[in-house]
Ligand binder design. Structure first.
Ligand SMILES: Nc1ncnc2c1ncn2[C@@H]1O[C@H](COP(=O)(O)OP(=O)(O)OP(=O)(O)O)[C@@H](O)[C@H]1O
Length: 595
């Protein structure tokens, strides 16, 4: 058996203890809240014990109520104190809960930012964020309401059992054994619970992915006649989840039944021992009801943490997932300190110096890539699908770093500069731009916070989107829906282009930015690019000749290498692979260049 499968409940606690760090900043509040909870439990136990003792004294000798009156006074104090401590504990634990969840969410946000886009692997950022945020909610309950309760569950029964032993002698040890057995049940079943919890969670994850896929790809599925198959997949995944949930419920039910059995057995054994002691004259009968009430009080906190121990595996798994994100190393190290000083117009020379890159060791994607784009040059990056064009753009944005070689901006290695300083200089218009929920204005404002309206219209004009926005009833304040749902593909891209124009970066990188534009729009855009990017370095990853031929120069990539470079006309004349690529893409390679 692998060590992975031999963990016990103590191992389940490890990630939870490591994450306890989130409480570090709230240590004082944590101890105040825990102390209030303990005092609230103890005052409740004292009130119950005092009232039972007072009642039995009055029943035994109604004529002598002196001590009973004193006990009733103590009872009143205990009840008032109990109310006060309960209120204080509830207030402190809720304030702490919100602070804990804030801390966890910030840590997760930072972790996801460090991981994006490389470290997420095949998972989507939203999926990871969603799962991690749900885990943060789960853990908030644990840290804010459970850690303190667990400490109290361990400490207050000890105090109550101590009082019982003082009152009843060794009989009190029965209570101790009962409470210990109650806590031991879920503790020892922790690993089984963890496995079952994981199975349910994995099943739910599959079900969610299948359902989402069905919703997102519904049109494609209907057109391919796959609706029935999809229904079957959803049904099978649902049944799998139900089966696993049944097994989990069966175990939890058995656990609860065993717990009830332990409580009942403890009460019976205690009752029998107490009766024997009273009838044998070894115990004052007046203490009998108080002892029974104290036994109940010893079980209350233990019963309160029983459900928490039943969820130990789930909590541990949530803590592990949160730690995975919080501890994630940065995809690229942001250690550069050269902030490049004041920007000069005309800056923006890009150089790839013998760059090798691989996403996975042993599968090179860029192989000795070496080229320079002088400041202000307009270059088209051309190559077959998978040649490494997008990867080149991502290296320039420092989403990744080269395995060997260097990427330079104005002669400085990108790694020597803070990442934010690099990204401020380069605007990337990706293949599928993300439009944030909000309005046209709010999306432009994200590019340059506080940009004025005139600048926004100028950018929209340049991106050939101004006329469309003017026609919308709310103009700049028109809602764009979730990920620009109310925009066409071309409009989404033009909005991203407008953002890039607004930023006035020195280098513009467009990844097939013209893919969604019709022929006329594309030509107009090409002219706008030429005008607005005058004097700025531009790399356009393009397949279309109408885009390519506007470039000063073409970088022709083949299998991650720079196969050739020159003007479009030169490459057409001398490079058969280039001609073949354009022909293969059904592009009019012999399309006459615009004058
Ligand atoms: N995140 C990733 N993890 C692993 N491999 C990747 C990743 N992204 C891209 N690749 C691989 O790297 C190679 C180059 O991909 P890239 O996207 O740079 O090509 P491209 O020239 O832009 O292609 P296209 O024109 O189809 O967009 C491909 O083989 C691709 O499968």
């Amino acid at each position: 058996m692998s060590p992975k499968h031999t963990y016990g409940s103590a191992a389940l606690l490890r990630p939870l203890i490591r994450l306890l760090g989130v409480l570090r900043g709230h240590r004082a509040m944590f101890w105040q809240s825990t102390a209030s909870l303990a005092l609230s439990l103890l005052t409740a136990a004292a009130a119950a014990g005092l009232s039972a003792y007072a009642a039995s004294l009055v029943v035994q000798d109604p004529s002598d109520t002196g001590l009973a009156q004193l006990l009733l006074l103590g009872l009143a104090c205990a009840v008032i104190a109990h109310g006060a401590f309960t209120w204080i504990e509830s207030w402190l634990s809720h304030v702490m809960a919100y602070r804990v969840i804030d801390g966890l969410r910030l840590g997760l946000h930072d972790g996801i930012e460090r991981l994006t886009p490389g470290g997420l692997g095949k998972r989507r950022g939203g999926e990871v964020a969603g799962a991690a945020m749900a885990d943060a909610e789960t853990l908030e309950w644990f840290y804010a309401h459970t850690v303190g309760a667990s400490l109290c569950a361990a400490v207050s029964p000890l105090v109550v059992v101590g009082a019982l032993i003082a009152l009843t002698g060794p009989i009190g040890l029965i209570a101790f054994a009962g409470v210990a057995a109650l806590i031991a049940v879920p503790w020892f079943l922790g690993p089984l619970q963890a496995r079952q919890g994981k199975a349910v969670r994995d099943g739910l994850g599959d079900l969610k992915a299948i359902t989402l896929e069905g919703a997102e790809g519904l049109r494609e599925m209907l057109s391919l006649g796959l609706a029935e198959r999809q229904k079957r997949r959803v049904l099978e995944a649902t049944e799998r989840v139900q089966r696993r949930k049944r097994a989990l419920a069966l175990r939890a039910g058995a656990e609860s039944a065993l717990a009830d059995l332990i409580v009942a057995a403890t009460f019976i054994a205690f009752l029998v021992a107490l009766t024997a002691a009273v009838s044998g004259g070894r115990l004052d009968p007046a203490l009998f009801p108080a002892a029974m009430v104290l036994l109940t009080a010893a079980f209350i906190p233990a019963s309160a943490i029983f459900p928490m121990f039943q969820r130990l595996g789930e909590m541990s798994a949530a803590a592990t997932r949160v730690l995975d994100v919080i501890d994630a190393p940065a995809q690229v190290a942001d250690t550069g300190t050269d902030s490049a000083g004041a920007r000069q117009r005309g800056d923006g020379a890009v150089r790839f110096e013998h760059v090798d890159f691989a996403y996975e060791a042993g599968t090179p994607v860029l192989d000795g890539l070496d080229f320079t784009v002088p400041a202000g040059e307009h270059v088209a990056v051309v190559g077959a699908s998978g040649a490494g064009k997008t990867t080149l753009a991502h290296l320039l944005m420092r989403f990744w770093d080269p395995v060997s070689g260097r990427v330079l901006l104005d002669g400085t290695d990108l790694r020597e500069r803070p990442i934010a300083a690099v990204r401020e200089r380069i605007a990337l218009i990706p293949q599928h731009p993300y439009v944030f929920r909000g309005t046209v204005r709010s999306n432009l404002d994200l590019a340059v916070p506080g940009a004025d309206e005139a600048a926004m219209w100028k950018a929209l004009e340049s991106a050939q989107l101004a006329d469309t926005v003017r026609e919308w009833p709310a103009g700049l304040d028109e809602a764009v829906g979730e990920n620009g749902a109310t925009l066409s593909g071309g409009q989404r891209q033009r909005l991203a282009i407008a953002q890039a124009f607004l930023r006035e970066a020195d280098v513009l990188v467009m990844d097939e930015a013209a893919a969604h534009l019709d022929g006329i729009g594309e030509q107009a855009l090409a002219r706008a690019v030429a005008e607005v990017m005058d004097g700025r370095t531009t790399l356009v990853i393009a397949h279309r000749v109408s885009t390519i031929r506007h470039a000063d120069r073409v970088l022709f990539l083949d299998g991650g290498r720079l196969a050739d470079t020159g003007t479009h006309t030169e490459l057409l004349e001398r490079n058969p692979a280039y001609r073949a690529l354009l022909a293969q893409a059904e592009l009019p390679a012999d399309e006459p260049a615009e004058g």
